[in-house]
Write a protein that binds this ligand. Structure first.
Ligand code: HEC
Ligand code: HEC
Ligand code: HEC
Ligand code: HEC
Ligand code: HEC
Length: 486
């Protein structure tokens, strides 16, 4: 018995020290500031004497790619007035440091060279203004997707190196999908074969937008894709967004990979509003050719949206009487959720009405009013942001979670039921349903455009004296007639 208290002491000591050692768990989102000197942007820059090249110069030899990229959302990523308005607000509300995070994706070359110091366009070089330009993508040499604080691709987690220093001086090196030929680069640049350019990982670091401190995924297009049926069949972002509309439809319908010769540099998505603004600006500047190029991209974006979804309307009978109308909304061709990216800003909703054979309205929902406002009862497919205090929030520096997230997964669907409150006295019930889309709520667009930096004159550049009612695209329109009883 005498030995017992001694043993206890021996055992208790290491336990005590262990207890102390574990008192402070490591943070969940640990930031390696040596790896990420430009934090909160996770972009890494391998500097040498080789400088970035503006797209106009690449375009002298690669005119086809240049023409396709010009006026694309990537080309507009920094000049975009909606972006500039939000950036300006971000800096005012969250402090200057946050601008590095935004710019690491919206103009990577501008931020790594230290040229860009915040919102506004005044006095900036062509290279900084060019947004996601040729030399951004074709200088990407690797990624740090798994070393990030979230251990997922986020906030620009790629490594960029426009070239290397050699004994003869700085040498530009451009990376692309092919095994280089003898004359590749024609003395202007060396070529390096890159399998990264044949992977969605190239796009991932910018298409996963995380909160700058809490690392909440505000935009998760890459992971939505990765966890879906297209990734499982190696159908990449490039296979839908770097081809024309017909090829994209075949890719999505048949899980068919495009032929090498079918790739284009359009990067066309859903943002028809930005093309519309940019085409207006080109017209204002008297450049009809550019305006036509951009309007072509506007039409492509509208067509892409209209190809993305489908809808089925069917009756639900109870005791032989029509009780509800069921609308099934299907994501048939988006490789990620529908809608994706800025899901708390984008609006996709159902507008529906049911009428009797005299044209009297039996039920209606989701009709927009003359000022562009949606009614409370509209069925939206998107998300609501909430801040640290769990209250509703809109801005990306405030949102640290979603209180509601209701988008449609790739090849998936959502069902919506509409009740009929009374028994209709009619032989036929006519139902019309529309799946509608716009970039933002009218008030949000007005707020962002009211906050563009002072050096962007919306009237002089875009011909805007006020924010017009935002255009709405009808993605799908269906009409059916239903029997009131079975
Ligand atoms: C967002 C990233 C990105 C941007 C911006 C970009 N490219 Fe590419 N580029 C790619 C990818 C990915 C491929 C490979 C496509 C494929 O699978 O064939 C590619 C392929 C190429 C090729 C090989 C031939 C071809 O067309 O497939 C050339 C040349 C090229 N790009 C030049 C340019 C030029 C010039 C610009 C600017 C006007 C540019 N790129 C902008 C990502 C980009
Ligand atoms: C990880 C890369 C990344 C970061 C960081 C980032 N963005 Fe973006 N941003 C994107 C992408 C990708 C889109 C396009 C999404 C879409 O079209 O739905 C986008 C779209 C936007 C838009 C919508 C533009 C339009 O015309 O509708 C705004 C506004 C915007 N970003 C502002 C910001 C601000 C402000 C910050 C910093 C607080 C920021 N972004 C940080 C990648 C990023
Ligand atoms: C003096 C002419 C010239 C200029 C300027 C030029 N290139 Fe090239 N580049 C070529 C030639 C020639 C090839 C090989 C044929 C081809 O693919 O079109 C090539 C090939 C490429 C490829 C394909 C490499 C591969 O193996 O997949 C990429 C990517 C590329 N260039 C990017 C760029 C970018 C980005 C710029 C601007 C920073 C640029 N080039 C400027 C002439 C040029
Ligand atoms: C350096 C960061 C970066 C990389 C790399 C990048 N993107 Fe983007 N991308 C952006 C930003 C930022 C925007 C939005 C700009 C805006 O709305 O102002 C965008 C917009 C887009 C859009 C248009 C969205 C719309 O609303 O119409 C598509 C499509 C797209 N990217 C596809 C791709 C694909 C495919 C790749 C890979 C081959 C890729 N991106 C690589 C930053 C990037
Ligand atoms: C099977 C085809 C397909 C694949 C694969 C695909 N997309 Fe899309 N993408 C679409 C369609 C269709 C739309 C338009 C509907 C929508 O907004 O979701 C779209 C829209 C977008 C938008 C614009 C969203 C907005 O609100 O403006 C972005 C950004 C985008 N895609 C990026 C990507 C990235 C990054 C990948 C790869 C990780 C990818 N897409 C893979 C078909 C595809």
């Amino acid at each position: 018995m005498k030995k017992y208290p001694f043993l206890l002491l021996v055992c208790a000591l290491p336990l005590l020290t262990l207890g102390l050692a574990f008192a402070e768990p490591p943070p969940v989102f640990d930031v390696d500031h040596d790896l990420y000197p430009l934090y909160p942007s996770l972009i890494s820059y391998q500097k040498s004497g080789a400088e970035f090249t503006p797209p106009e110069v690449c375009g002298e030899c690669h005119s086809k790619q240049y023409e396709e990229w010009t006026g694309s959302v990537h080309a507009l990523a920094f000049k975009d007035p909606v972006y500039q308005g939000e950036l300006n607000l971000a800096v005012k509300k969250a402090g200057h440091e946050i601008s590095r995070q935004c710019e690491g994706c919206h103009t990577p070359a501008g931020v790594v060279t230290g040229e860009i110091k915040g919102p506004g366009l005044k006095g900036l070089s062509d290279m900084a203004m060019a947004g996601v330009s040729c030399d951004v993508c074709h200088s990407i040499v690797g990624t740090t997707h798994w070393q990030t604080p979230s251990h997922e691709p986020e906030n620009g987690s790629f490594i960029i190196r426009p070239g290397v220093d050699t004994a003869e001086g700085a040498q530009l090196v451009k990376r692309g999908p092919f095994t280089p030929s003898e004359e590749c680069g024609m003395g202007f640049h060396e070529c390096e074969e890159s399998s990264l350019h044949l992977q969605a990982d190239l796009c991932a670091g910018c298409h996963q937008v995380y909160h700058y401190e809490s690392h909440f995924p505000l935009e998760a297009t890459y992971l939505e894709w990765k966890h879906g049926p297209y990734a499982q069949r190696t159908i990449l972002c490039q296979d839908c967004h770097m081809v024309d509309i017909d090829t994209f439809m075949k890719t999505a319908d048949e899980f068919r990979k495009p032929q090498r010769g079918e790739y284009r540099h359009y990067f066309n998505g859903a943002n028809y509003l930005l093309y519309y603004l940019a085409a207006g600006s080109a017209k204002k500047a008297g450049d009809e050719e550019l305006a036509a190029n951009i309007m072509n991209k506007y039409e492509m974006a509208v067509k892409r949206l209209q190809a993305a979804a489908d809808m089925e309307i069917s009756p639900v009978y109870k005791d032989g009487e029509l009780a509800e109308i069921k609308v099934r909304v299907q994501n048939i061709r988006a490789g990620h959720n529908l809608p994706t990216s800025l899901t708390n800003i984008r609006q996709m909703w159902l507008e529906i009405s049911a009428k009797d054979d005299q044209g009297n309205i039996l039920m209606s929902s989701g009709a927009i009013d003359a000022d562009g406002h949606l009614p409370e009862n509209a069925r939206l497919f998107n998300s609501d942001g909430m801040g640290d205090d769990f209250h509703f929030a809109v801005d990306p520096w405030v949102i640290t979670a979603f209180s509601r997230h209701d988008t449609i997964p790739p090849k998936g669907y959502k069902d919506v039921y509409y009740g009929l409150s009374c028994k209709p006295e009619t032989n036929k019930i006519m139902v019309e349903a529309k799946l509608r889309y716009r970039q933002a709520d009218q008030k949000i667009a007005e707020k962002l455009l009211a906050n563009v930096p002072k050096d962007i004159d919306l009237e002089a550049v875009y011909g805007l004296t006020e924010v017009p009612t935002l255009p709405v695209v009808d993605m799908v329109v269906k009409e059916v007639s239903l029997n009131p009883s079975k």
